[in-house]
Design a binder for this molecule. Structure first.
Ligand code: M6R
Length: 613
């Protein structure tokens, strides 16, 4: 996960920035850099690999000054090498930028800038920002004005921090969407900027957080907040506790809420470095999937528990549809006690956030005994599941603290989508046009997730109406049937409200008997091939007096007229819709539990990692 640190004040900026980046190190990164204004000139040091390499570089070629910005990068566009590491400096050498997120329209901007003479020195989307700012600054405009105009040109979710040698008394920062936060810290005659609170906490407890669509002009004396159109924003600083746990939560009340909001970032990182959009290909090198193995596999057995199992159910749809391989999905605690049909032509694919779940590990051991190839999709690097597997995909979500899994649900959905494409390609059943179409859809995912997150106030309103609820039914169909399961699991585990996820078509075979005005039904009714059938489910619930909460595609007036509450999501390619559709359900469960005053992050009786049978 990318990290940003900036400093302006009387002290030497370099060690403060390096130390701040170190505090963010555990989130993962593949290169790092720092830029400092030294004797009126911007000096940049950056390198691939760990911060220790950057620190060594700074020792060899020291830089010091009173204003600077630094970055740890997780590659999205371009390889993780020194030339792609941030900060990126412009052609005049007068402007420098660090950036989290993705400039979605970077190809278009790059062409436009190149046509006007800009020379690019990296493969990154970020570099377009610095060229744009430079061009707009021209001879007359200031950094602030040029930055504002630039921000209006950028599509996608991102945070941007800039400084210019022409205006050595300020740092300009902006939060554009949900690709991580921007926090401004207040010191004595000094100020700090960071993507995450832990980076600056040793210097200050007085902070303000930027909201989406806001920018900050930071000087030694303080900060001026404004909208991207220049309208001033008044916001008093808040005091954050020294407690490192509270600090890690940043602007959020709970880890779960923070992790829900981190999904734009984690989905960006999931795709980063694994997708070549120009070639229309995906790469999962740690899986050790050879063309020979891809052709030999006769079936895949996915095994997992809880939320990870629901991800596996979506994986079945994806792999069967795209790669035309039979897939079975087995709860790990069941697989180990069956006599499963697993042999050398089977891949046993375990999904586990922790990589330490006892049942999942036992199912893997069973697979090993029967000669299967073992794959794992895991979040914790170095975990047991990763170590015993023949190949793995690491979820790029960063640590997940909340017991209720959120970002470690959506990341593997994208991993499984990429796996399905790779399998189909290696098995020779995917024509180039279709492969390119499937790969291109990945580019949309972080932004679509961001759009779903922006609907949080409406989800919170729906949550308020459900506080008295004792039971709740979740219905979904097709690829969103597991979304219903996952939505119900989220609700029950943190709010202690009884919730059941059901395949919508099964309602008439039993659960319909439960429907009355005290049984709210949450339906996933987005516009896809199952839409008409979901409409009829809604009618059936309504005709029995059941309140309906519908996850629906933005602009769907039919659903708006039928449902009691609508949780809007943007239109999404159907195979990736489970990634987006689950987000309002995560937020719904979160807000119900938070409004009920429950311990959201550590619900009763549950552990983050279930290492016993
Ligand atoms: O670490 P794992 O992914 O193997 O954990 C599996 C389940 O224990 C986990 O997903 C559990 O269901 C969560 N509490 C769901 O939010």
């Amino acid at each position: 996960m990318c990290g940003i640190v900036g400093y302006i004040g009387p002290r030497d900026a370099t060690p403060i920035i390096l130390q701040g980046l170190k505090r963010l190190e555990y989130r993962g990164y593949d290169s790092a850099g720092v830029a400092v204004l030294q004797n009126g000139h911007i000096e940049v040091r950056r390198d691939a690999g760990k911060l220790s390499r950057l620190t060594k570089l700074v020792e060899e070629k020291p830089l010091s000054g009173h204003i600077g910005i630094g970055h740890t990068r997780w590659a999205t566009h371009g390889e993780p090498n020194a030339r792609n590491a941030h900060p990126h400096i412009g052609m005049t050498g007068e402007v420098v930028v660090v950036h989290n997120g993705i400039v979605e329209n970077f190809l278009e901007l790059r062409e436009e800038l190149a046509a006007e003479g800009a020379e690019f020195h990296s493969d990154t989307d970020t570099e377009t920002i610095v060229h744009l700012v430079e061009r707009l600054m021209g001879a007359q405009q200031g950094l602030e004005q040029a930055a504002m105009q630039t921000f209006h040109r950028l599509k996608g979710h991102q945070s941007v921090v800039l400084l210019s040698s022409r205006e050595p008394d300020k740092i300009v920062a902006a939060r554009l969407g949900n690709a991580g936060g921007v926090v401004i810290g207040f010191g004595e005659d000094e100020m700090f900027v960071a993507s995450d609170l832990p980076a600056i906490l040793e210097h200050t407890r007085e902070v303000v957080f930027l909201e989406n669509g806001e920018m900050a002009i930071v000087t030694r004396e303080g900060v001026r907040l404004q909208t991207l159109d220049g309208a001033p924003i008044e916001r008093a600083p808040q005091t954050v506790p020294w407690d490192p746990v509270a600090a890690e939560k940043g602007e959020y009340r709970h880890f779960m809420q923070k992790e829900i909001h981190e999904q734009v970032r984690s989905l960006t990182d999931t795709i980063a470095g694994r997708v070549d959009f120009e070639a229309g290909r995906v790469y999962l090198p740690q899986l050790n999937l050879t063309p020979e193995l891809a052709r030999r596999i006769k079936r895949i057995v996915i095994t997992a528990c809880g939320t990870a199992y629901h991800a596996g159910l979506v994986g079945k749809y994806l792999i069967e549809h795209i790669a035309r391989l039979p897939v079975e999905v087995d709860v790990a605690s069941e697989l180990r006690y069956r006599d499963p049909i697993i042999d050398e032509d089977t891949v046993l694919l375990a999904i586990s956030q922790s990589g330490e779940t006892a049942d999942t590990l036992a199912a893997m051991a069973e697979g090993r005994t029967r000669g299967a190839t073992l794959w794992a999709v895991v979040n914790v690097i170095g975990s047991q599941a990763m170590r015993v597997a023949d190949g793995y995909i690491s979820m790029q979500t960063g640590p997940e603290i909340g017991v209720a899994s959120t970002k470690a649900y959506t990341a593997p959905l994208v991993d499984l989508y990429m796996l399905a494409i790779l399998l189909a390609d290696l098995r020779g059943i995917l024509d180039e046009q279709e492969r390119r179409r499937l790969v291109a859809a990945l580019r949309l995912v972080p932004d679509l997730a961001g759009q779903a997150l922006e609907r949080e106030p409406e989800v919170e309103a729906a949550a308020r109406s459900l506080l008295e609820t004792k039971h709740c039914l979740y219905l979904g169909r097709g690829i969103n049937m597991p979304t219903a399961y996952e939505g119900a699991l989220k609700l029950k585990e943190i709010s202690y409200i009884h919730a059941e996820g059901y395949p919508a078509g099964e309602m008439k075979h039993g659960p319909i008997a439960l429907i009355d005005r005290d049984m709210p039904v949450v339906v996933i009714a987005t516009q896809d091939r199952w839409y008409e059938k979901m409409l009829s489910q809604i009618e059936q619930v309504k005709s029995r007096g059941g309140p309906v909460v519908a996850v629906a595609t933005e602009g769907d007036e039919m659903i708006a007229s039928l449902a009691d509450h609508v949780l809007w999501v943007p239109e999404t390619p159907w195979m990736l819709s489970p990634v987006v559709n689950v987000i309002p359900l995560q937020m719904l469960a979160y807000h119900i539990a938070a409004l009920l005053g429950l311990d959201v992050d550590q619900p009763r009786n549950l552990a983050k990692s279930v290492t016993v049978e």
